[in-house]
Design a protein around this ligand. Sequence first.
Ligand SMILES: *[C@@H]1O[C@H](CO)[C@@H](O)[C@H](O)[C@H]1NC(C)=O
Ligand SMILES: *[C@@H]1O[C@H](CO)[C@@H](O)[C@H](O)[C@H]1NC(C)=O
Ligand SMILES: *[C@@H]1O[C@H](CO)[C@@H](O)[C@H](O)[C@H]1NC(C)=O
Ligand SMILES: *[C@@H]1O[C@H](CO)[C@@H](O)[C@H](O)[C@H]1NC(C)=O
Length: 396
Amino acid sequence: MTTMSSAAALLVLVVVFVASPLLVSSQLAPTMAPTMAPSMAPTAAQTATNNSRLEKAYVALQALKRAITDDPKKLTENWCGPDVCSYRGVYCATAPDDPCARTVASVDLNHGDLAGTLPEELGLLSDLAVFHLNSNRFCGALPDSLRSLHLLHEIDVSNNQLSGTFPSQLLCLPNVQYVDIRFNNFCGEVPKAVFEKKIDALFINNNHFEFTLPENFSNSTASVIVLANLPRLGGCLPSSIGDMAGTLNELVLLNSGISSCIPPEIGKLDKLTVLDLSFNSIAGKLPDTIGNMRALEQLNIAHNMLAGDIPESICALPHLKNFTYSHNYFCGEPHRCLQVPRIDDRQNCIAGRPDQRSGEQCIEFMHRPPVHCDAHGCFAAPSPPPPAYAPPPPVY
Ligand SMILES: *[C@@H]1O[C@H](CO)[C@@H](O)[C@H](O)[C@H]1NC(C)=O
Ligand SMILES: *[C@@H]1O[C@H](CO)[C@@H](O)[C@H](O)[C@H]1NC(C)=O
Ligand SMILES: *[C@@H]1O[C@H](CO)[C@@H](O)[C@H](O)[C@H]1NC(C)=O
Ligand SMILES: *[C@@H]1O[C@H](CO)[C@@H](O)[C@H](O)[C@H]1NC(C)=O
């Protein structure tokens, strides 16, 4: 993160990190699988010497310890001997398939500042439900052996220096619900299958993926999708986006190279509370169907090429708290919008409002060729009429 220096990158970071506690509080509080129930005697006394699961865990954890090259906080200092359940950051519980066996259910080394690599032996933690390694300095690839962690429910390896292609082994995990690989150096293509996987939360932002939002995007059943700051991402918001209405709560597609219009079908997302489409090249008008998104609290469409009027129905949304539409080419804003608890309408072409674009910029924009929303292949319906522009505001 220290390598990110531009103001825009910083802003993106702030937004994403501000967004994440919100996401976590809404539904992503670490959901401890049933395996995490406090274990009782006699399992409490088991160690790697008399329990084969803990023996395998011992091999895995010792391999991890050997692969760690720097441990400034001495997190793994007590990782010695057969009692793996007493290792710092390692949590044991009764095995789901054997009430008499103790097993490693969770490894949590968040904010450890550990440097090193992740060894294949981690696949021996076969009952692992929760794997948290965020904010360390692990590099290299995620071990392929993770595909054998059939109980894995949550994996958070965000904010490391992991590289290689998209870790497709995670898509083989039958029980994974929370996948957070953001802020790493993963590159290459994001498999379309990501969006076909039954998963609750997906964070892949701030990597080096080459990615175009596929039509399959709408097949996702996730409640939270964050694809922000994937600068090479491209493409359009498919009109099938409305198909995610049953499940989608938060959608962040910030700085994701989207260059289409916003399909009116987006209005079907009536459970969505957070929509962030900022820092893209989204053109056309803001569909008034957004006024049907009754749960919406945070709406950010700043830094795009949107024009026309802000539909009044949006500003009338009952829960809307924060509506950011600065740095577009809007020319009209209903009075109602000024009653939303927080708005940002700067750098548009709205007559009579402070801090707008110059008259020259607004006139230049007006003379650009009209936007044909169907030209992006995102729409099945015929193109809406070209946007009508109000006279430019006076030059201040
Ligand atoms: C397992 O081995 C440990 C020593 O490693 C011992 O303290 C414990 O009592 C043993 N537990 C059982 C159930 O045999
Ligand atoms: C994505 O959608 C296409 C088009 O419907 C479909 O043919 C394909 O199987 C889907 N991809 C995956 C990985 O399911
Ligand atoms: C996945 O998406 C494609 C394209 O939108 C669609 O044709 C297909 O039916 C979807 N598959 C499922 C399983 O929903
Ligand atoms: C409102 O949204 C903007 C853009 O997402 C964000 O920068 C700002 O912090 C938000 N303000 C409040 C009070 O939530």
